[in-house]
Design a protein around this ligand. Structure first.
Ligand SMILES: [Zn+2]
Length: 595
């Protein structure tokens, strides 16, 4: 239960939140326990009630303007459990803003608003220990509490710390490094004496180089840390911290290792990554292939999606820079040759494969990649694996690879070999030459075009499988009639009652209450939020929730059920976050019915 911390924006494990003291602090924030004129926007927010070690401390009085760190007893890492238990601190139940000091072993819900990772500086330089400590403490403490990492932050590492799930940092390390004569930037820790000019324009650096001393260096370091936190907060609000960290973590080997180690904690990141985002995803390196959004799309296309057109030939085509693909010049040319006689699947790095029905679905039309024409070995490996898994359970009578040389051809040959299937190659030089397009059209000679209705129905069903789970397309939309013009499709039942609409921007379905009832009645596991007996208007707040499905992610369509209401809305928190939070908007309602 927290009264003093609330999360407002989420970008994977990173959050922008609000520490609700007498003066509100926006997190991730730079905080301190001294009331001095520390430069930058470092706030005097902390009051450390001290350690129980020298003498047993009385319970602090606390107040609304500071976050009081409750009396604690630090133990070195590796202390045997029985010793740790003997010295464990019972944190008092207090009614002022408080933080409890925890280790990965002692982290649990102590009723505090924030948690302090004990011995945090010891993790610097140790990627897997750091990732274990941060993810363990985050998972063991309620989602609507802040995580404070003392003594660690520098301008270079703070973006990665926040990306891992840290909300509060202090200037201690930046200050110490400054007194040692190290000038910190987001990419380096320079020896001050090596700098013949100052690569910064903060107030402390506005003076002749000769006059700049270690005291100024301290001021600069803290300014640089504060500035980097401002950038990080902006990135979180834009949903683009990951793009930044992929580049920023490279500035230091332990950060690169930390970032990659964190990518191995897939379930930790997946639970915290939204289903859809406003921001485009920028894929600049092989690291992008490990992003949750990319892995999730590949997983859903290969596990949930059912190829409904595999009674006719498959045409594999290269992706286009323009999205959705069907709007591009090249795909219009392929279409003129194919004329709805085959199923079209685009091959792309970093997404893998994109069936035509899912070309709108996030992130298929929301990514931007560096196009060099050369594929890296990792990209070839990734796309091959996804294509192979995609094809494993399909019955296409023919597979036509209308792809250029370079990586595409290599991937196709590799998969054809591995599956023991024959691919027909129709490109002679480039996919859009008259010869190549002629070959493609000739290969489809004799096949009928499928009707528009079939196309539209299969699109709705494919998106339903992707979004709600295996079998959803057939179970929720068995008697389907589509209205409107692609991509603005409406899904009605046979009697004309609306079940859902395709949201063109993200390529997901927005259910009506009739659609939601079908979901509840189907065998497809329903993402449900159980609420107290009230009728929600606009939104459902976390305290009104009695239970929520674990697999709900931000952006999911969810069913809301309570004794007084039934409805459907879009999740603003993950299911586990709804269960453990006591503050904040959990669901934005779309339709509510009293009952
Ligand atoms: Zn400066």
């Amino acid at each position: 239960m927290t009264d003093y911390f609330e999360v407002h924006e989420r970008d994977s494990a990173a959050r922008v939140g609000e520490l609700r003291l007498a003066d509100t602090v926006t997190t991730p924030a730079l905080v301190d326990d001294v009331d001095t004129d520390t430069p930058g926007d470092c706030r005097h927010v902390l009051d450390d009630a001290g350690s129980h070690w020298p003498t047993e401390q009385a319970d602090p009085e606390g107040n609304e303007s500071l976050l009081t760190v409750l009396p604690h007893r630090g133990l070195p890492a590796g202390t045997p459990d029985e010793v740790a238990d003997a010295f464990a601190v019972d944190y008092p139940d207090v009614d002022f803003p408080s933080a409890a000091v925890v280790s990965p072993d002692t982290a649990t819900d102590h009723g505090s608003d924030a948690y302090v990772l004990a011995g945090a500086p010891g993790y610097v330089g140790h990627a897997s220990a750091f990732v274990d400590a941060v993810t363990t403490v985050r998972e063991a403490t309620p989602a609507d509490t802040a995580l404070y990492l003392p003594g660690v932050a520098t301008p270079r590492n703070v973006a990665t710390l926040v990306y891992a799930g840290v909300d509060l940092v202090d200037p201690d390390r930046a200050v110490i490094r400054g007194t040692e004569g190290r000038y910190l930037t987001t990419d380096e820790a320079y020896f001050l004496e090596d700098l013949d000019e100052l690569p910064c324009s903060c107030p402390a650096c506005q003076q002749p180089r000769e006059a700049f001393d270690r005291e100024d260096c301290v001021a600069h370091n803290v300014n640089a840390l504060a500035a980097e936190l401002r950038r990080v907060r902006r990135r979180i609000r834009d949903g683009r911290l990951r793009d930044y960290v992929e580049g920023q973590a490279r500035q230091d080997n332990w950060l690169t290792a930390t970032f990659r180690q964190l990518d191995q904690q897939y379930s930790y990141l997946e639970e915290r990554t939204p289903l859809i985002r406003r921001a485009d995803l920028s894929a600049a390196s092989d690291d992008s292939l490990r992003r949750v959004e990319i892995q999730r799309f590949a997983e859903r296309v290969t596990d949930r999606y059912v190829p409904r057109f595999d009674d006719r030939p498959l045409v594999l085509v290269p992706c286009s820079a323009r999205k959705p693909y069907s709007d591009s010049q090249s795909h219009k040319q392929y279409h003129d040759a194919i004329k709805w006689r085959a199923h079209v699947v685009s091959m792309t790095s970093p997404i893998g494969v994109v069936p035509q029905e899912l070309e709108l679905t996030y992130p298929a039309q929301h990514y931007d990649s560096v196009v060099t024409g050369n594929w890296t070995a990792t990209e070839i490996e990734f796309v091959s694996r996804v294509l192979e898994r995609y094809l494993e359970d399909t019955d296409y009578p023919e597979i036509i690879a209308h792809v250029p040389g370079e990586g595409y051809r290599e991937i196709c040959e590799r998969v054809a070999d591995s599956l023991g299937r024959e691919f027909t190659y129709t490109v002679t030089d480039h996919p859009t030459t008259a010869d190549s397009l002629g070959n493609l059209a000739a290969e489809l000679e004799g096949w009928d075009r499928y009707p528009k209705r079939e196309r539209e129905h299969n699109t709705i069903r494919a998106v339903a499988d992707y979004q709600f789970g295996e079998g959803a397309g057939d179970e929720l939309f068995d008697d389907l009639s589509t209205q409107g013009r692609y991509p603005q499709l409406r899904a009605d039942d046979a009697d004309g009652e609306q079940l859902a609409a395709l949201a063109q921007q993200y390529g997901v379905l927005s259910l009506t209450t009739a659609g939601a009832r079908r979901w509840v009645e189907s065998d497809v596991p329903t993402k449900t939020v159980e609420i107290e007996p009230f009728v929600p208007h606009g939104s459902v707040l976390a305290p009104g929730i009695t239970d929520a499905s674990d697999d709900i992610r931000v952006g999911d369509d969810v069913v809301i059920r309570g004794d007084a209401a039934f409805g459907v809305g879009r999740a603003q928190m993950s299911g586990p976050e709804m269960q453990s939070s006591t503050r904040g908007i959990a669901v934005q309602m779309r339709h509510t019915e009293e009952q």
